[in-house]
Design a binder for this molecule. Sequence first.
Ligand code: NAD
Ligand code: UFG
Length: 337
Amino acid sequence: MSILVTGGAGYIGSHTCLELLNAGYEIVVIDNLSNSKFETLKRISELAKKDFKFYNGDLLNQKTIEEVFSKNNIDAVIHFAGLKSVNESIEAPLHYYHNNISGTLSLCQMMKKYNVKKMIFSSSASVYGMPKNVPITENSPLVPINPYGRTKLMIEEILRDLYISDHSWGITLLRYFNPIGAHESGRIGEDPNDIPNNLMPYINQVAIGKREKVNVFGKDYDTHDGTGVRDYIHVVDLAKGHLRALEMVIRTTGIDAFNLGTGIGYSVLDLIKSYEKATSKKIPYTLTHRRPGDIDKCYADTRKAKEKLGWKAIKSLEDMCRDAWRWQKNNPNGYNK
Ligand code: NAD
Ligand code: UFG
């Protein structure tokens, strides 16, 4: 079975490509490398001991996508390609709406033309905005609070309309919580450009000596220690969730959304402590002001994924920290040698 992976050179895509190859799927990857490196693809092949086809192309380019579908017998698509920075999306909303939404539209048009009607879409917990209650179920109100989150919700709605128009589609919307960690080989991992916005890559850079200390955003949240609580999930667990979703979507039609998280909320200080324990590295930090747009707590109700996909995250916070650090230590400059 041949799976087209859009954005397969990226952080979550690369880990999923590896799991797919290890499970015996053929893959075809398309990525414009706008936020990733070719080196990642070489490492996926090396780890899986298998080759695969790669198109260095943009989803916005209809000609390239047509080439992908006309030259390969694609059975299903896992659609990761998109821009993902909340801050950037506030500064450049048109760029975000264009890339994420138009890219998805052109992909879907080509899928329809080539009669490929199975898709897994990378949505995000950001579709829930500021949840009133935790844990967050899939039925919680969908009120994203930034352009990035709105691109995800709009795409979910587009895909729902597509299904309504043609019931032979099978579409799974996966709402990720906070993916962190890396493959246990230490060969693939998260490689942010510039100063990391997200907590784990920032901690990694403090641990390797690139940054002095972590700025902990907010100390007076309504949480057990006053710092923000999130549902961190190991990227390999997350990647495996895609394989369960794929198995389901291949044999069914319909559209459904699933939270992919662990269901456990940890604070910023919990994560720092766990990292120190797992790696024996000291992580200096200072408590500072809240970051605009942040919420106090966000963690998933994971029952639906367990019941319907037969998937559950199994790796602990310490596993996530240990694997994140192994990746950082072995690749101090990410994929740049
Ligand atoms: P990433 O940036 O590492 O990967 C996305 C990949 O898509 C990159 O390799 C990029 O080059 C590629 N891409 C972007 N626009 C493209 C286009 N128009 N054509 C072709 N390729 C394009 O991000 P990630 O962390 O791996 O996230 C994957 C998906 O999951 C994204 O859609 C993201 O919004 C979503 N998501 C991520 C998180 C997270 O915290 N990492 C959380 C929730 C949802
Ligand atoms: N934080 C710090 N210091 C930092 C960075 C983050 O204290 O330097 C705190 C934040 O305030 C928050 C927690 O660490 O309490 C996690 O922050 P991240 O930036 O790592 O992650 P977010 O929960 O803010 O957002 C992430 C992705 C979004 C996605 C969301 C839900 O960046 O794209 O998870 O999936 F929408």
